[in-house]
Design a binder for this molecule. Structure first.
Ligand SMILES: Cc1ncc(COP(=O)(O)O)c(C=O)c1O
Length: 377
C-alpha cells in the first residue's frame, strides 16, 4: 500500500490555486509556518527587544534541536548559519592546506561548493567527472582522492539531476585517504532521510529553503563532535565566542560546541517559518515523504518517457529523488505555457525541471504532462 500524505494539502494555500511542482527551488509556505511568523511579529509588537530574553532565544534552540533530530545528530553538533555558502566558507576557513592542497568535488555539485576553494590560492580543486551526465561513480572519487587530498566535498542529492549519492561509501574513500568528508545536503534535507552517523560525515549542511518548507535566510551546519575542536574557523563573530554576553572586546575564545560556527544575529523570521515547516516534515516523516515522492517521481518519469522524452536521471530508481530534468528544445517556452495554466515548474538550459513533494498528487503530475504534450484540453 502506498503512503498517502495528501491530507497535508490543506496546510498549503498555494495548492488551492496552483499545481506547484517546484519544491527544489522553494518549498510551499504552510499555515503552520505563517502562524509561527505571526507569533514572532506579535511578540515583537508586545515586547520589543525584551522578546530576545524569552521566546526568541528559546526558539533558536528549538530549531537547533529539530535539526539535530532531522540528521540524527546531537544538539551541540548543530549550528544555525546564514546560507549554505556561508557555512561552507566557515568550514573552508578552518582547514590548513599546507600539507594537503587538494579539495575533491564532483562536477555535478552546486557551483557554490567549489567556489569556496577556487578563490583560495593555497588550494587546488579537483573536479570528479560524471560518466553518464547524471551520477558520479564512486570509483571516480576513489581515483581522484589520495594523500594530497584535504577534503572530499560533494552533494547528497545533485541539484541538477536529483541523483542520490552513497555517502557512507564516499566517506570511506575520504577517510581511508586521511581526508575530511563534507556533504552539501541542501537538496536532500526534508525529502531523503539523512543520518550523519550512518553516512560518517564530518560536516553536513542543509537548510529550510527547499524541501524543509521554511523559506530563505538560514542554513543548518552539522559538525561531528570529534571534529569540532580540530575545525577552528578563521572567520567568526560574537555568536561564536564563548561567554558571548560578557561583551569582552579584548580577547576571543571559541565556543566548544558547533555554535562556534555561528557568526551574527540570525534571521528570526526565517527561524520561525522554519520551525513551522520543520514540524510538518517531522510529523509527516521523511521516510514516508521519500516513499511518496518516489511514487510521484516514477510516475512522472514513466509518463514522459512513454511520450518519447528523455529524462536526465540516475539509471536505478533507488538512486533517484524528486528532482526530474526533462530534456526539451524550448524549456522556457514550456515553463511559460504551464504557468498560463497555473502549473509551476522551472527550467535550466536544455531541460524542464519538475520537483514534486509529498503534497502533490499523481493527477497533478498527469495534468502537467498533458499540458506539456498538448493532450490537455
Ligand atoms: C545543492 C545546493 N547547494 C547550495 C545552494 C546554494 O545555497 P546558498 O544560496 O544558501 O548558498 C543551492 C541552491 O539552490 C543548492 O541547490
Amino acid at each position: 500500500m502506498h503512503v498517502n500524505l495528501t491530507d497535508w494539502r490543506a496546510e498549503f494555500p498555494i495548492l488551492e490555486k496552483k499545481v506547484y511542482l517546484n519544491s527544489c527551488s522553494l518549498g510551499a509556505l504552510s499555515h503552520r509556518a505563517v502562524g509561527y511568523v505571526q507569533r514572532f511579529h506579535e511578540e515583537w509588537h508586545a515586547n520589543g527587544a525584551a522578546a530576545w530574553y524569552g521566546p526568541w532565544t528559546e526558539r533558536l534552540d528549538q530549531l537547533r534541536h529539530s535539526v539535530a533530530r532531522l540528521v540524527n545528530a546531537d544538539r551541540d553538533e548543530v549550528a544555525l548559519t546564514a546560507s549554505v555558502s556561508a557555512a561552507l566558507a566557515s568550514i573552508a576557513s578552518a582547514v590548513d592546506y599546507t600539507k594537503r592542497k587538494r579539495v575533491v568535488i564532483a562536477e555535478l555539485d552546486f557551483p557554490t561548493l567549489g567556489y569556496q576553494w577556487m578563490v583560495r590560492p593555497d588550494v587546488e580543486v579537483v573536479r570528479v567527472p560524471s560518466d553518464d551526465d547524471a551520477t558520479i561513480d564512486p570509483a571516480r572519487f576513489a581515483e581522484a582522492v589520495d594523500d594530497r587530498t584535504a577534503i572530499v566535498a560533494t552533494s547528497h542529492v545533485f541539484f541538477t539531476t536529483g541523483a542520490i549519492q552513497d555517502l557512507a561509501r564516499l566517506a570511506k574513500i575520504a577517510h581511508d585517504a586521511g581526508a575530511l568528508f563534507v556533504v552539501d545536503a541542501y537538496q536532500s534535507g526534508g525529502q531523503v532521510p539523512i543520518d550523519v552517523k550512518a553516512a560518517d560525515a564530518d560536516v553536513l549542511i542543509t537548510g529550510p529553503l527547499k524541501w524543509l518548507l521554511g523559506g530563505p535566510g538560514l542554513s543548518y551546519l552539522y559538525v561531528k563532535r570529534d571534529r569540532i575542536a580540530q575545525l577552528t574557523p578563521t572567520t567568526t563573530g560574537w555568536f561564536g565566542r564563548r561567554d558571548q554576553f560578557e561583551f569582552d572586546s579584548s580577547s576571543f575564545t571559541f565556543r566548544d560546541d558547533a555554535q562556534r560556527y555561528e557568526m551574527g544575529t540570525p534571521a528570526l523570521p526565517t527561524v520561525h517559518a522554519a520551525l513551522g515547516g520543520g514540524e510538518i516534515i517531522e510529523e509527516a516523516g521523511v521516510a514516508a515523504i521519500r516513499e511518496c515522492n518516489s511514487m510521484l517521481t516514477e510516475r512522472l518519469i514513466d509518463r514522459v518517457t512513454a511520450e518519447g522524452m528523455r529524462v536526465r536521471c540516475a539509471k536505478n530508481a533507488s538512486e533517484r529523488s524528486a528532482i526530474v530534468m526533462i530534456a526539451h528544445d524550448d524549456p522556457g517556452g514550456v515553463v511559460g505555457r504551464l504557468a498560463e495554466r497555473d502549473v509551476i515548474v522551472d527550467w535550466r538550459p536544455g531541460y524542464v525541471r519538475f520537483s514534486p513533494h509529498f503534497y502533490n498528487t499523481e493527477s497533478e503530475i498527469d495534468f502537467a504532462i498533458d499540458i506539456m504534450t498538448g493532450a490537455a484540453s
